[in-house]
Ligand binder design. Structure first.
Ligand SMILES: Nc1ncnc2c1ncn2[C@@H]1O[C@H](COP(=O)(O)OP(=O)(O)O)[C@@H](O)[C@H]1O
Ligand SMILES: O=C(O)[C@H](O)[C@@H](O)[C@H](O)[C@H](O)COP(=O)(O)O
Length: 178
């Protein structure tokens, strides 16, 4: 661990439906970190492509990942800590995110595909079709031992996941939540 840890940058990662948005928003609510949803950084072309059930490829993901790294860098310069919900499926994608602020912690929500499939079947109002889960799972590269971060079991309750993430990240809980 290096550098000034007073400004923190957390990425909650995993395949579509793993619970990234739910957990990242919960961490933000508990700690005051500024939340962002990586889905909202996709180009209209990327969204149309996923909506049509066609997985993104690397070429479609690089500009998106660079814009996310830039967002974290900008917040870092302002002294603002962040928590991002972002699939960050491959190590090379995480490398792009790590090119942003000096340090990024990854929280990987991992668990059985069947549990995730059931959740996606119940989720409404999202462009991402459940049919893309298999390609997301095939693309996923777990965190390597040299990557800063940890894995949580997505089968836990949302409250347990949020508490575990905050605790393992060593983030202070903001006074209104103590
Ligand atoms: N720990 C959990 N237990 C049960 N359901 C969950 C949990 N986390 C998320 N969900 C539900 O699963 C669905 C997918 O969660 P979401 O946060 O949108 O995932 P992602 O951002 O990774 O695609 C949502 O309907 C959400 O309410
Ligand atoms: O790299 C990708 O293929 C996409 O970014 C994808 O991983 C992301 O998950 C979608 O934007 C769906 O959004 P949810 O993950 O919120 O379902």
């Amino acid at each position: 661990m290096t550098g000034d840890r007073s400004t923190r940058h957390v990425v909650v990662m995993g395949v579509s439906g793993a619970g990234k948005t739910t957990v990242a928003q919960g961490v933000a609510a508990l700690t005051g970190l500024t939340f962002a949803e990586a889905d909202e950084f996709h180009s209209a072309a990327n969204v149309a492509r996923m909506r049509a059930g066609v997985p993104l490829d690397d070429a479609a993901r690089w500009p998106w990942l660079r814009s996310l790294a830039e967002w974290m860098t900008d917040r870092h310069r302002e002294g603002v800590s962040t928590v991002l919900a972002c699939s960050a499926l491959r190590r090379s994608y995480r490398d792009v995110l790590r090119q942003g602020p000096p340090e990024v912690d990854f929280v990987h929500l991992a668990g059985p595909t069947e549990v995730i499939r059931e959740r996606l079947a119940l989720r409404s109002g999202h462009y991402m079709p459940a049919s893309l889960l298999d390609s997301q799972t095939a693309t996923l590269e777990p965190l390597g031992p040299d990557e800063q971060g940890f894995v949580l079991d997505l089968r836990l309750s949302t409250d347990a996941l949020i508490t575990a993430a905050v605790h393992q990240l060593g983030l202070p809980v903001t006074p209104s939540h103590t």
